[in-house]
Design a protein around this ligand. Structure first.
Ligand code: TYM
Length: 328
């Protein structure tokens, strides 16, 4: 089977190393083996209030991170979701197939709406737009972090339901969730996902943090009372989280890291971890700065949208025909 990948990172906050571990580092690896579509889901970001200028800035930034991290735009399409209207059109068709009950069970919706007086209806239907993103490109594989698993399950259900009701139209996609890096937790609390919404600034490392800030944040990271550098999520979640971050950034298996630090204290390990992260991020930051405000980025995004549109409209047309909508 021809393998195809689609994935994206929302431009809703400054990118932290969680998004790198769960998503971006994977994108870079898969580009060689798959036909890839990497997009910036800007329409997903506006399901919660955004400052328009900041949204535009962050949208460019995410696209620039894709390239700076090593995605080759001559091989993979890089584009903005809002530049390909087929996403919202297919989302509408799929909404007619999704039930209110199944959308209400989405844990991310429950978390994001919890305690809020009012949330947008788009926040509720968001997972259907995500399904449309994926199904439009007939993606066989979708690299994501652990927190997107339920959305992927919904996408699979919608694809199967549609195919069953209207005939084979969509590929049913598989999530690609890596063992290591798919759930990077906060540096202050290994039970909570690393997230920019945490008010404790030392709980996350941003992709654009300067080296000294990165060093300080890792120096402050919580560890465990038992002092061996060993990965065991049940009894040593804080150190296990740090080892996984090391593994992602050094591109080394956990066992090699455990062996290297056998008999060493946490101090040396945390210092080295900071250097491993700095070594990886500094070149990405340099490339990012070169590209983020460039005309070259505009051109890449325009070309990407063209390539994406061709594929997307082909699928959209088939879905419309299958449902009995008249197309010419
Ligand atoms: P988003 O923008 O919240 O996150 C982007 C990707 O990064 C992963 N991620 C993490 N992985 C490990 N540890 C963390 N702490 C961490 N934080 C974030 C996420 O799992 C995700 O893979 N709905 C999606 C965006 C989206 C999408 C799509 C993704 C829209 N349409 C189609 C794939 C395919 C989201 O909000 O991810």
């Amino acid at each position: 089977m021809n393998k195809q990948i689609l994935s994206g990172i929302k431009p809703s906050g400054d990118l932290n190393i969680g998004g790198y571990g769960g998503a971006l580092s994977q994108f870079v690896q898969y580009q060689h083996d798959f036909e890839c579509f990497f997009f910036v889901p800007d329409l997903h970001a506006i399901t919660v209030p955004q400052d328009p200028q900041q949204l535009a800035r962050r949208t460019r930034e995410i696209a620039a991170f894709y390239i700076a991290a090593g995605i080759d735009p001559t091989k993979s399409a890089i584009f903005l979701q809002s530049q390909v209207p087929a996403h919202t059109e297919l989302a509408w068709l799929l909404e007619t197939q999704a039930s209110f009950g199944e959308l209400g069970r989405m844990t991310q919706f429950k978390d994001k709406s919890n305690g809020k007086e009012s949330v947008s209806s788009a926040l509720f239907t968001y997972p259907v737009l995500m399904a449309a993103d994926i199904l439009l490109y007939q993606a066989t594989h979708v690299p994501v972090g652990e927190d997107q698993k339920q959305h992927l399950e919904l996408t699979r259900n919608l694809a199967e339901r549609f195919n069953h009701r209207f005939g084979e139209t969509f590929v049913v996609p598989e999530p690609l969730i890596q063992d290591i890096g798919s759930r990077i937790m906060g540096l202050d609390d290994p039970t909570k996902k690393m997230s920019k919404s945490n008010p404790n600034l030392s709980s996350y490392v941003l992709m654009l943090d300067p080296p000294d800030t990165i060093r300080k944040k890792f120096a402050r990271a919580v560890t465990d009372s038992e002092s061996s550098v060993r990965c065991d999520w049940d009894t040593k979640p804080a150190v296990s989280n740090l080892i996984e971050i090391y593994s992602v950034f050094a591109n080394e298996p956990v066992e090699i890291i455990e062996k290297r630090y056998a008999g060493e204290g946490y101090g040396t390990f945390k210092k080295d971890l900071a250097e491993v992260v700095v070594d990886k991020l500094v070149p990405i930051q340099e490339k990012f700065k070169e590209i983020v405000d460039s005309r070259e980025l505009d051109d890449i995004l325009k070309r990407g949208a063209q390539k994406a549109s061709e594929k997307a409209y082909d699928t959209l047309k088939r879905a419309k025909q299958a449902m009995g909508l008249v197309t010419f």
